[in-house]
Design a protein around this ligand. Structure first.
Ligand code: CUA
Length: 338
């Protein structure tokens, strides 16, 4: 009894991995649902064949054992009569061909479905993979201007978002398992993936192509929300950064927009217009820091500013030589950027 319970445990653990906010088997998008159905079809066909083969193997072993017990003197023979062998082989060949045909047709149909999304009024988003973070740009359909954010993707539910993928350096791969298929990001190429989420909530995206030491810390948060919530979010992102009322945060603004931070980061509405790093205009509205490395909080922001190499060794962000008071002022300012 105990043995059986112990055997069930790993099976439960494996099944527990089939849910959650980073799982292709808990689909929250049309493309992911198609892929999940193909997975279950493959599982059914291959599982059926596997059970059949194991079943017949067991049967033949059992039969030869019974035969040997009845007539221990007889020479063991595995050769059935020719006609029976012919029929059996024909049956198995038919079964294999049928199974493979089902799989080929299924995968062809799924492939067609996921590349033919309802893209007529698709929302346009550009995602650029960097070592090791994501630049995300939204096009305002009304004005045609692009607004930038980082490491967080917002998607309106029940509408197709067409994401154009580009790389700033090496090969990365873009994947939001709950919503759609993965697609490689190749330098010099522009790949396009459609995402049609069908369920609201927070999901997790991840780079799935080894791209250097911090590949594992190249994640992003995905928020699927109602059209109204999405519009409100986009409208907020379009706004320039707010000027802080708090005097310490105001000093932080001064330091961040004129010191070394401004060489790499843009804070719209301030003199900081650096391009290499993530746009910080609404950094505090995001859920995490440094591409999913740390949860967003003022303390974590300050830690990240002072010691990025300790938190994410190899990151392109150099440690900043700020006094503790200045680091606090900058983190206060950044955490006011909602
Ligand atoms: Cu980018 Cu792995």
């Amino acid at each position: 009894m105990i043995c059986r319970r112990v055997a069930i445990l790993p099976a439960l653990l494996v099944l527990a991995g089939c849910g959650g906010n980073q799982s292709p088997l808990a689909p929250a998008g049309e493309q992911a649902a198609s892929i999940a159905s193909l997975f279950w079809l493959m599982m059914a066909v291959c599982g059926f064949m596997y059970l059949l083969v194991i079943g017949f193997l067991g049967l033949s072993l059992w039969r030869s054992k019974v035969k040997a017990a009845r007539n221990p003197e007889a020479e063991p023979s595995i050769n059935p009569p020719d006609r029976a062998l012919g029929r059996t082989l024909l049956f198995w060949a038919g079964l294999v061909v049928t199974g493979l045909t089902v799989l080929i047709v299924g995968s062809f149909l799924v492939d067609r479905t996921i590349t033919q999304a309802r893209a007529r009024d698709a929302l346009e988003v550009r995602v650029t993979g960097h070592q090791w973070w994501w630049r995300v740009e939204y096009r305002d359909p009304a004005t045609g201007t692009w607004v930038q954010t980082a490491n967080e993707l917002h998607l309106p539910v029940d509408r197709t978002t067409r994401v154009t993928l580009e790389s700033a350096d090496v090969v990365h791969s873009f994947w939001v398992p709950n919503v759609a298929q993965k697609l490689d990001i190749i330098p010099g190429l522009r790949n396009v993936v459609d995402l049609t989420p069908t369920r609201t909530g927070w999901f997790r995206g991840q780079c799935v192509e080894f791209c250097g030491v911090q590949h594992a810390h190249m994640a992003f948060d995905v928020r699927v929300e109602s059209e109204a919530e999405f519009d409100a979010w986009l409208a907020r992102q379009m706004q320039p950064a707010a000027t802080p009322a708090d005097p310490i945060a105001a000093r932080g603004l001064q330091i961040a927009s004129t010191g070394s931070c401004a060489m790499c980061h843009t804070i719209r509405g301030t003199p900081a217009v650096g391009k290499p790093g993530p746009d910080l205009t609404h950094v505090a509205s995001r859920r995490s820091i440094a591409a999913g490395t740390l949860p967003m909080s003022r303390g974590n922001l300050q830690g990240w500013i002072v010691q990025p190499q300790a938190l994410k060794p190899g990151t392109m962000m150099p440690p900043t030589a700020l006094s503790p008071a200045d680091a606090e002022a900058v983190s206060r300012y950044l955490s006011s950027l909602q």
